[in-house]
Design a protein around this ligand. Structure first.
Ligand SMILES: [Zn+2]
Length: 92
């Protein structure tokens, strides 16, 4: 099962969604949650420095914030739960 898992992972990264994400500007970096390599986009920031976008890890589905100025991906300052709550509140 371990081999199959690795094969699916390799396929995802090289041919599936991972390839599409890299083509769209993501870079493969270690996830700050599970430590596995996953395509990560640079977060977009507003003028006040608040992150506007996050990448979701392909493997653990954790939220990842990545600013090139910091140089490494990290957990968003707001928890995934906060982000979800905020989204729910902003919906009409
Ligand atoms: Zn992860």
């Amino acid at each position: 099962m371990r081999f199959l898992h690795e094969l699916i992972r390799w396929y995802k990264l090289n041919h599936g969604i991972g390839k599409a994400m890299c083509a769209a500007g993501a870079e493969i970096m270690a996830c700050p949650h599970c430590g596995d390599g996953t395509p990560i986009y640079r977060s977009a920031y507003d003028s006040g420095g608040t992150p506007l976008s996050f990448t979701v890890c392909l493997w653990c589905e954790g939220f990842i914030e990545y600013s090139p100025t910091l140089g490494r991906p990290h957990e968003p300052y707001a928890s995934a739960r906060d982000v979800r709550l905020e989204r729910r509140q902003s919906k009409p």
